[in-house]
Every structure is written in structure tokens, then in C-alpha cells.
Ligand binder design. Structure first.
Ligand code: ADP
Length: 394
């Protein structure tokens, strides 16, 4: 079964064609900077690798470019659009409506649209990807995997805010949780690695967006992001947890507009606001040259993660393993070191020499006598989506 995975963002479309059940990746690619005259198209198969700059005005034009690559006589991988059996779309917000992988119909699309108010940066672009794919791949079964779905198991006591009940009951104000596909994927790999299903895990996804999930017996029990993907850990440009009164103070006393505050909290805060840099590699380099803001920002970032580890260990009453994943979690030995420092009370201890080794494989970076395992597990959201689409259609 040929499953095309589409992750349509505000200015990009990332895609992978995966054969299931063999999990063979046939091709992988992305179009970035859609809407500009110098959009970049990457496309890679086992035999070919192409990167070109085009003018790509719209998502439709982007998907047409992708289709022509897939069908190309020399470097293509399919003969006809009908060779794509199913398309798995990543959609960020499924609200309280969807906690399962779902076949797309008109109602699903209208709910995704309705939920755009909760994820304005993501849902409209995700929906555009669906509508375009339906036009181009007319015979493929279209399926959606929601980032929020995995957190459907979070108990009410953890997901409900202490606000008047009607806001929860009538208006859907609750913590939804995000990065579910990634947390599910790495926690399943962790359970396989540990040869156990009944585990207490903390999954730490550190990419441009960052989140942490308490997972018991394979189920999400609590999660750091909330009503929107802005709560919790310090991220590339997002503040994570703040006292909400700061917003009123900025508007009423400092003269910001609400839109300005929203922009500031989502796009100008986090590591960028603290250091002037968004990419952790730059921050680590500056810190190693003595930049005090960068040193402090790294410490703040790790401190926040440690607080959540403490909280989730308490709420699960135990811990078998913590998992580091995504761009920073997989690659930054420094961030892992800062998070794991002096955690012997929690029974985990990093082995510095294992931590410094680089690998694309699942690896254990704790000392041999550390009771709690420290695992580094490369995430693969596309493969997880392909697995879920395949399971739904079989
Ligand atoms: P996204 O959330 O967009 O999928 P990624 O998971 O790709 O993001 O993570 C992006 C982050 O990973 C960036 O902050 C980048 O600096 C960081 N990163 C990637 N490689 C390294 C590395 N070798 N060392 C430190 N940070 C890294």
C-alpha cells in the first residue's frame, strides 16, 4: 500500500511516500517558502536527490510541483496519481471532536476549519493541504491524524482548567495537548526497548516547539502544552508558561495591543526573546564563547524541563524512563546534560561518554546503575502517521 504523508504548514509542504506494511520510504521531500519567488523544493529517493528554487505562489502550485516530481519520467516513483492508495494528513488541532485517526469527509473538514480559531497558525494550512490533495489524488483515501488525538486519554482532573464549569462544558476550554504523534511513536519504541508494556515514561520532545508528556501504560496522562501549543516548556520563539496577568499588564499599563502581545508571546519570546537567537546550535555556540544571556537561557530551559519531570514523576508515582526526542532532544548533548544534572533523587544518572556519542539509532545514555533509563529516540512522525493510516484501512 502506497501511503503519501502530507504535512502542510503555513509556508511549507513536507511529504513522504511510504510503502506499508514494509515501512519502506520511497521518497521524501519538502517545499519551503511557498508564496515567494525563491521557494525551495527538495526531493530525495534512494537513487536521486534534487534541490531546486522555483517561484511557487500557492499551496496548490506547491502540490502540483510535488506531483510532477512523483510522476517524473526519470526521477519519479509512480506512474499515475492512482498509484497512491491513501494520503495521511497531519492536522494539529482536532479539539474535543477527534481522539482517533479519522477518514476525511465534509464534516471532518468543516470541524478542522471551525477549530482554526484554536490553532490559527496550523489548521488553515493543514486544511488547504487536504483540499488540494483531494483535487490532485482523486482516487486516494484521505485520512487525518490529529496531533491532539493521542492526548484523548488525559484524565479530566489534568486537562480541565479551574475556570467556571460552563467554559469547559459549553466552550471546549481545556488542555488538548500536541505533538501527540511524536510522543506516541517514541513511547512505543521505548516500551519495545524496555520489553515492557506497563511503563511509566516521560517523553520530552524538544524541537522548534517543545513539549513533555507523562505516559503510563502507553497512554498520555498529562502534557505540558494546553489549550493551544503555547503553554509549558520554553521553546524557540514561544514563552511557554507565564502568569496570564502579564498579558493584562502589557495591554492596560504598557500600551500593547492584544495582537502585539499574541505576536510577542508566540514569535518573539522563548529562546529568541532571551538570546536574540532561535536556533539552539547558535545559542550553544554563543554560550561556549561566554555570552551570558545564552548561558542563562540554556539553564532556564533545562530548569523548566526538570520541574515538569518532577511533577510528572509525582503524578505517576514513579518513573521507568525519560525519552529525549526531536531536533534538540536527539542532537543536543548539552541540553540532555543540563536536564539530567543532579537528578539522583529521581534515580537517573547520565553517562557523559554515552551522551556525547552521536547516532541515529535508539540509544540508552544513562550509567549502568541508573535505575531510571535515559533514552534518546529519533522521532518519526511521518512513519507513525503511515502506521495509523494503514491500521485504519486494514
Ligand atoms: P520542528 O519542531 O520544526 O520539527 P526540529 O525537531 O527539527 O524542529 O528541531 C529544530 C531544533 O533542533 C532547532 O532549534 C535546532 O537548533 C535544533 N538542533 C538541530 N540539530 C542540533 C544540534 N546538533 N545541536 C543542537 N541543536 C540542534
Amino acid at each position: 500500500m502506497n501511503i503519501l504523508i502530507i504535512n502542510s504548514g503555513s509556508s511549507s509542504i513536507k511529504y513522504q511516500l511510504i510503502k506499508m506494511p514494509s515501512k519502506k520510504v520511497i521518497c521524501v521531500g519538502a517545499i519551503e517558502r511557498i508564496g515567494s519567488t525563491d521557494a525551495i523544493s527538495n526531493y530525495k529517493t534512494d537513487a536521486n536527490k534534487v534541490e531546486k528554487i522555483y517561484e511557487i505562489a500557492s499551496h496548490k502550485a506547491g502540490l502540483e510541483r510535488i506531483t510532477s516530481l512523483l510522476l517524473d519520467a526519470e526521477i519519479g516513483v509512480i506512474d499515475s496519481t492512482e498509484d497512491i492508495d491513501a494520503i495521511g494528513h497531519r492536522v494539529v488541532h482536532g479539539g474535543a471532536y477527534y481522539t482517533e485517526t479519522t477518514l476525511i469527509d465534509e464534516e471532518v473538514k468543516s470541524k478542522i476549519k471551525k477549530l482554526s480559531t484554536l490553532a490559527p497558525l496550523h489548521n488553515p494550512a493543514n486544511l488547504l493541504g487536504i483540499v488540494m490533495a483531494e483535487e490532485v489524488f482523486t482516487t486516494a483515501t484521505q485520512v487525518v491524524v490529529f496531533d491532539t488525538a493521542y492526548h484523548g486519554t488525559v484524565p479530566v482532573k489534568a486537562k480541565k482548567y479551574a475556570l467556571p464549569n460552563e467554559l469547559y462544558e459549553n466552550d471546549g476550554i481545556q488542555a488538548y495537548g500536541f505533538h501527540g504523534t511524536s510522543h506516541k511513536y517514541v513511547s512505543e519504541i521505548a516500551n519495545e526497548y524496555l520489553h515492557k508494556e506497563n511503563t511509566k515514561l516521560i517523553s520530552i520532545h524538544l524541537g522548534n516547539g517543545c513539549s513533555i508528556t507523562a505516559i503510563k501504560d502507553g497512554k498520555s496522562m498529562d502534557h505540558s502544552m494546553g489549550f493551544t501549543p503555547s503553554n509549558g516548556l520554553i521553546m524557540g520563539t514561544r514563552s511557554g508558561d507565564i502568569d496570564h496577568s502579564i498579558i493584562y499588564y502589557m495591554v492596560n499599563t504598557l500600551g500593547y495591543s492584544l495582537d502585539d502581545v499574541n505576536e510577542l508571546l508566540n514569535k518573539k519570546s522563548g529562546m529568541l526573546g532571551l538570546t536574540g537567537f532561535n536556533d539552539l546550535r547558535d545559542i550553544e555556540e554563543e554560550a561556549s564563547n561566554g555570552n551570558a544571556n545564552c548561558i542563562l537561557a540554556l539553564e532556564m530551559n533545562a530548569y523548566r524541563i526538570r520541574k515538569y519531570i518532577g511533577a510528572y514523576t509525582a503524578t505517576m508515582n514513579g518513573l521507568d524512563a525519560i525519552i529525549f526526542t526531536a531536533g534538540i532532544g536527539e542532537n543536543s548533548s548539552l541540553m540532555r546534560q543540563l536536564v539530567c544534572k543532579d537528578m539522583d533523587y529521581f534515580n537517573f544518572q547520565l553517562d557523559d561518554s554515552k551522551n556525547d556519542l552521536r547516532s541515529k539509532n535508539v540509544r540508552e545514555v544513562n550509567t549502568t546503575d541508573s535505575k531510571v533509563k535515559i533514552l534518546v529516540i529519533p522521532t518519526n512522525e511521518e512513519l507513525e502517521i503511515a502506521k495509523q493510516v494503514y491500521e485504519l484501512l486494514h
